[in-house]
Design a protein around this ligand. Structure first.
Ligand SMILES: Nc1ncnc2c1ncn2[C@@H]1O[C@H](COP(=O)(O)OP(=O)(O)OP(=O)(O)O)[C@@H](O)[C@H]1O
Ligand SMILES: [Mg+2]
Length: 551
């Protein structure tokens, strides 16, 4: 039975002259797990909004064609009514939270209360979902006093709990730790097996390949292809569409291996199986050169930050960091670890945005506890996890100019730095746009550019790759390398392990407010027990090499 049918859907946002959706026709069956992939700006989120009627009911604009959900026209049935059948998880979890309830439990119960479900049933559903997403222990907390990843889990829970027939998830795992990501995929995969229809947008293509039945490949508002992951990832024009095929496809291609039908294996297991069938395994393993580029080697001598015996808590009796010691030199440093580990808290202490409850933070040998954020502003730049917490001006140019002028640069100097920063982040030509009208991935780039333009000695990036496609990630990787080359210290918090392995000299693993490991990516990713405790997974290449080595 077709759950969703779309016929020649065309749509243009008000005030624009480009079709955001351009002649889309497709049909999705009940119980399918469908992925939507495509580069930033391809129209993925707009298509999601059209399947729940927000396009055109909320966004207005020019609309043509038809979207039917269970035979009902999405354009005509009021969104509130459609929501009984269709749940949408927004790209930015912050937009999902109603703000009407002041506990996690209340927030997740909020939508359920309108569905007329029995009390006992409600209670058991909420408990199950909160436990599934590992936020049961935060049920009495204010949803806005959570880490980014915890908040994203609440947003997912608030839709999961309603058990809609169709679930649309727009990059639901962008801020989740690797194990949390796998869990969300597992949970919705399980739901699709019980007859729920799942539609998910994600940049994590290895996971999409592993779990989705079919993938919708979008570009420029059009559906270019709609097929199985194997078929989609065997296309030879993906690079032109800003898509990097899953690691396993790239590796198989590199070794000249393919399935009988000419496709490539898209998962770890199928790659191993294919390699096992080959007679000259030895030879093939030789060919498996890691495609890792050489990270910039910086000098280790200059110690910039020192944290001595730092403890911190937001609320009394709930310690977040306890007796933490860390020193940071000029090596580009990635901080990884479970959601709620204390990563954001740690970097905010470095930036002086938070003050430790006890212990001392030194910067360049000086105790910064007596210094204000303003005094440090010219030295330490910090890009917020959620760009909306950072952006406050009404056009991109003013936003990016603010920092440089604020730290005392002349107009001339600031203009030049801003021009370079905008160019580096791919924002040239967007100077006059209102950041609030931009997509999430562009707002993140604006937030990064406004820090890069300040030309500080230290640049701290809190989850810079959120919502970025492959070209965007590459741009950020290049930016990090170029800052490191100039002798700046770059510290970044990340959940993308392959990106970490490619771009950072030093990797710090955090869990439960403590540092569990510290070393090169090779050293860190060899420590299985620690990775497990910090809810991490290894880079795909490492996973494959270990399986070949018989581990
Ligand atoms: N404003 C706040 N008020 C109270 N507790 C908070 C607040 N912000 C964060 N916390 C708590 O402090 C702990 C550490 O949060 P932090 O944001 O540093 O984690 P994180 O490692 O950055 O996680 P994520 O990967 O989800 O971003 C978490 O348990 C979180 O719930
Ligand atoms: Mg964080």
């Amino acid at each position: 039975m077709a759950m969703i049918t779309i016929e020649n859907l065309k749509y243009k946002y008000p005030g624009t002259d480009r079709l955001a959706l351009d002649g889309i026709s497709l049909s999705i069956e009940k119980g399918e797990f469908i992925g939507i992939i495509g580069q930033n700006g391809a129209g993925k989120s707009t298509l999601c909004q059209a399947m729940i009627g927000l396009v055109p009911q909320f966004y207005h604009g020019a609309y043509g064609g038809a979207v039917r959900v269970k035979e009902r026209l999405a354009e005509q049935v009021p969104v509130q009514e459609l929501c009984e059948d269709v749940g949408l998880i927004f790209q930015n979890p912050f937009n999902q939270l109603s703000g009407a309830r002041d506990t996690v439990y209340g927030e997740v119960a909020y939508g359920l209360q309108n569905l007329g479900i029995e009390r006992e049933e409600m209670k058991s559903r909420i408990e199950r979902v909160l436990k599934q997403l590992d936020i049961w222990q935060y049920r009495d907390r204010n949803p806005f006093d959570l880490s980014g990843g915890q908040m994203q889990r609440v947003a997912i829970a608030s839709i999961l709990v309603m058990q809609p027939e169709v679930m649309i998830l727009d990059e639901p795992t962008s801020q989740l730790d690797p194990e949390g990501t796998e869990e969300v995929f597992r949970v919705v995969d399980q739901l699709s097996r019980t007859g729920k229809t799942i539609i998910m947008v994600e940049q994590k293509l290895e996971k999409m390949a592993k779990y989705c039945d079919r993938l919708i490949l979008m570009q420029d508002g059009k559906v270019v292809d709609f097929d199985t992951p194997e078929k989609i990832f065997a296309r030879d024009d993906l690079n032109e569409m800003g898509i990097q095929p899953p690691a396993f496809v790239r590796i198989s291609k590199q070794c000249g291996l393919s399935n009988q039908d000419g496709t490539y294996p898209v998962t770890l297991e199928s790659t191993i199986a294919l390699f096992e069938q080959q007679s000259d395994k030895e030879n093939l393993t030789q060919k498996l050169k890691p495609e890792v580029k050489q990270t910039v080697q910086t000098q280790r001598t200059k110690e910039l930050f020192q944290m001595e015996d730092i403890s911190f808590s937001y609320q009394k009796h709930i310690p977040v960091l306890e007796h933490l010691n860390l020193s940071l030199d000029q090596r580009t440093t990635a901080i990884i670890g479970q959601n709620g580990a204390g990563k954001t808290t740690l970097v905010r202490l470095l930036k002086g945005l938070l003050k430790p409850v006890s212990g001392t933070v030194y910067f360049g040998g000086e105790d910064i506890s007596k210094k204000t954020v303003a005094m440090l502003a010219g030295k330490v730049g910090y890009v917020f996890q959620n760009p909306d917490d950072q952006i406050f001006k009404y056009n991109v140019l003013d936003e990016v100019m603010f920092g440089p002028l604020n730290i005392g640069m002349t107009q001339e100097e600031a203009k030049e730095k801003v021009r370079k920063a905008l160019e580096m982040m791919g924002l040239s030509g967007k100077e006059k746009e209102n950041p609030y009208d931009l997509e999430m991935y562009e707002r993140k780039m604006v937030a990064i550019a406004s820090v890069v333009a300040m030309d500080t000695d230290v640049v701290i990036l809190d989850e810079p790759t959120i919502a970025q496609d492959y070209p965007g990630k590459k741009r950020i990787g290049d930016m990090i390398a170029s800052l490191a080359e100039k002798g700046k210290l770059v510290i970044a918090i990340l959940h993308d392990m392959d990106f970490v392995a490619e771009s950072f000299e030093r990797v710090i693993v955090m869990a439960h407010g403590a540092i569990l490991a510290d070393g090169t990516s090779k050293e860190v990713f060899a420590q299985d027990t620690i990775l497990k405790e910090a809810r991490l997974q290894k880079p795909y290449m490492t996973q494959l090499m270990e399986r070949f080595a018989g581990k």
